[in-house]
Design a protein around this ligand. Structure first.
Ligand code: KIV
Length: 283
């Protein structure tokens, strides 16, 4: 059985020049697949609200939902470092609520750490959670939980001032104790400079090649999310198409009588059947 990756293991990979791999995941069978494939960090993202539950954004994800998904993923990962994504309003309100919810992720779902969105304004939250013994990944750039406040789902840190503010946020998170920072939709050159100023590894999602690792949304990577395809997402399979073909064959075979065949049924012994027939005939 592969041994569980720890934060020192992740840092050692980065030190050795091996980019970290990170993917989102939301259930047990897919967690087993990504874990066996060698993904280093598995994020149970609040993107589950969109990819799995069909909501238009991530805000409807709740702690109760996230604990169910996170528990399933944690049970499926023997090697990968599993992160629970703190959902909207599970940490913004107070340090106390943030620590309690981070602790629930650890104790009830069995994850290895949590991720939360926001920079300097969230530094106290990060500090409190880390002090409680829970590893935290920061998340800067496009932070979907505050999409309305930051002008929608668009590339961030495109002006000099915004890039400096991003660097300041990253340094504040590092100082507060994060073990890594996810940079979402930040210009590649900005992400590279920010990464070079930090001691903790950065993970890019749509932020170019200059980070310490790379993340994708699972459903984008496997071709299972049809609503839209972000420019940074690369499809490694057309799983949606394969599933569609399988279900079309299922419907066709039932309708044309190919399925079920005798090999899919179960037998009863002759005397028992005769007794049953006699009884049924009398009804
Ligand atoms: O919820 C999520 O899936 C995320 C992605 C940006 C990785 O936070």
């Amino acid at each position: 059985m592969p041994s569980k990756l720890t934060i020192p293991d992740l840092n050692a990979l980065v030190e050795a020049g091996t980019p970290l791999t990170m993917i989102t995941c939301y259930d047990y069978p897919n967690a087993r697949i990504v874990d066996a494939a060698g993904v280093d960090i598995v994020l149970v993202g609040d993107s589950v609200a969109m990819t799995v539950l069909g909501y238009p954004n991530t805000l409807p994800a709740t702690m109760e939902m996230m604990l169910v998904f996170a528990g399933a993923v944690a049970r499926g990962c023997q090697r990968a470092f599993v992160l629970g994504d703190m959902p909207y309003m599970s940490y913004q309100i107070s340090d106390e609520i943030a620590v309690r919810n981070a602790g629930r992720f650890m104790a009830e779902a069995g994850v290895d750490g949590v991720k939360l969105e926001g920079g300097r304004a969230m530094a106290d939250r990060v500090r409190a959670i880390v002090r409680a013994g829970v590893p935290v990944m920061g998340h800067l750039g496009l932070t979907p939980q505050s999409a309305s406040a930051i002008g929608g789902y668009k590339v961030q840190a495109r002006s000099g001032a915004a890039a400096i503010a991003l660097l300041d946020d990253a340094l504040a998170l590092q100082e507060a104790g994060v073990f890594s920072i996810l940079l979402e939709l930040v210009p590649a050159a900005v992400a590279e400079i920010v990464s070079s100023k930090l001691e903790v590894p950065t993970i890019s999602i749509g932020s170019g090649a200059g980070c310490s690792g790379h993340c994708q949304i699972y459903h984008d990577a496997i071709g299972m999310f049809e609503a839209f395809q972000p420019r940074h997402a690369k499809r490694y399979a057309q799983v949606g198409q394969v599933l569609g073909q399988a279900m079309a064959a299922f419907v066709r075979e039932i309708r044309d009588g190919t399925y079920p065949g005798p090999e899919h049924g179960f037998k009863i012994d002759r005397e028992a059947l005769a007794a049953f027939r006699a009884c049924a005939d009398g009804l």
